[in-house]
Design a protein around this ligand. Structure first.
Ligand SMILES: NC(=O)c1ccc[n+]([C@@H]2O[C@H](COP(=O)([O-])OP(=O)(O)OC[C@H]3O[C@@H](n4cnc5c(N)ncnc54)[C@H](OP(=O)(O)O)[C@@H]3O)[C@@H](O)[C@H]2O)c1
Length: 241
């Protein structure tokens, strides 16, 4: 069987690194792996995944994607983990948020390949919902209340209009262990642990419903979608956690 290509866009982020770890830890992996970074490429990531290719890509401009085509080729699966993912940062710069979180340059790049046979697995959020009740269903109305949520709804709409093979995962708060190269953003469990171990008090939100999900469960879902797509068994076009 020919080896299949997986590209993790945003491979330096929290979920991206956990995915790379899982894909590269598969025994006799049938996959060639590549990932993208935007700010800088941490040395410890290169050391941890020596068999994978790393590309500098900026989704705001699309810069760097041509180098992926040349050195890696068309991926069979793209997992898009790249985003401005901190809601406070999104409020501060709505224009940048839209241009990064709506993957227009990524889809333009994918559309340039002769055949449209790449599966795009795109990470969305439970913040597409208003957050006033628990256990939203996929077909509940999306009423985002912040810039981050609005950009994710716009991304979902853009993808469904412009690409036929996709799965969108509306994840809630992702928790789990720190990554190989520690990410700069605050992680939920580590933050709570830090507060409690200092004997400090913490204030939590009490006016929204969330369904936190363990990072390795998200990884398992993405890996299942990948292997089903590659074996020809994935018939669905959208999927939500
Ligand atoms: N973590 C959660 O609790 C959670 C919950 C729900 C949904 N999600 C969604 O899941 C996905 C992954 O989340 P995460 O926590 O892993 O995010 P993250 O840690 O913030 O990582 C974001 C990634 O995006 C890259 N990136 C940022 N700006 C970019 C740009 N202009 N062009 C290309 N890449 C860019 C970053 O690259 P550099 O590091 O190199 O700058 C990094 O690799 C996101 O779509 C997020 O919205 C996350």
């Amino acid at each position: 069987m020919t080896r299949k290509r997986i590209l993790v866009v945003g491979g330096t982020g929290y979920l991206g690194q956990h995915l790379l770890q899982a894909y590269s830890g598969l025994p006799d992996s049938p996959y060639d792996l590549a990932f993208t970074y935007r700010s800088n490429l941490p040395r410890d990531l290169l050391d941890a995944f020596p068999g994978s290719l790393a590309f500098h890509v900026d989704l705001q401009t699309g810069g760097g994607l041509d180098a992926v085509s040349q050195a890696f080729g068309q991926p069979d699966v793209v997992v898009n983990c790249a985003a401005l993912s901190v809601p406070r940062a999104c409020e501060a710069d709505p224009a940048a948020t839209m241009s990064i979180n709506v993957p227009s340059t990524l889809l333009e790049w994918l559309s340039a390949f002769k055949e449209a046979n790449t599966l795009l697995i795109h990470l969305s959020t439970d913040q597409v919902y208003e957050g006033v009740k628990s256990f939203y269903k996929e077909d509940d109305e999306t009423i985002p209340v912040n810039v981050y949520g609005k950009s994710k709804v716009a991304a979902e709409q853009f993808i469904s209009k412009n690409w036929s093979n996709f799965a969108i995962l509306r994840s809630s708060i992702i928790f789990g262990p720190q990554t190989i190269s520690p990410v700069p953003k605050s992680l939920p469990i580590q933050w709570i642990d830090g507060v409690l171990s200092r004997g400090d008090k913490a204030e939590f939100f009490h006016d929204e419903f969330r369904c936190p999900v363990y990072v390795k469960d998200v990884v398992t879902i993405i890996q299942a979608l990948t292997s089903r797509w590659i074996s020809g068994w994935l018939l669905i076009v959208s999927c939500f956690t």
